[in-house]
Design a protein around this ligand. Structure first.
Ligand code: CU
Length: 108
């Protein structure tokens, strides 16, 4: 493929500000994966699916994004779209006790 055609293909594949999607399972072991990536200024949709009753993570908080008590019904995917404003690490955890140690690594 010639360089110009390649550039056009890349542009078509990545429309401006379409949200990236990241799947996070909540299992008996906690968040899987426990660490995800996002980009500063880029909308990112986190889809949490709780697949176990053997966890205290039945609702989630992402304090840096003002997400509180996002309820996670068993077996039902729940989405939240965030747009991180600064580079660094945003934590997420169970609403009740602050457990789970989830991290969103925000890059430039
Ligand atoms: Cu907990």
């Amino acid at each position: 493929m010639r360089p110009l055609a390649l550039a056009a293909a890349v542009l078509l594949a990545a429309p401006a500000l379409a949200a990236d999607t990241v799947q996070i399972q909540v299992t008996g072991r906690g968040f899987e994966p426990q660490q995800v990536k996002a980009k500063k200024g880029q909308p990112t949709t986190l889809v949490f699916t709780r697949t176990s009753d053997r966890t205290c993570i039945t609702a989630v908080d992402i304090p840096a994004e003002n997400v509180k008590q996002l309820e996670l019904p068993l077996g039902k995917p729940v989405s939240v779209t965030i747009t991180p404003k600064q580079k660094g690490i945003e934590k997420f955890h169970c609403s009740a006790m602050g457990m789970g140690g989830g991290k969103i690594v925000v890059e430039d």
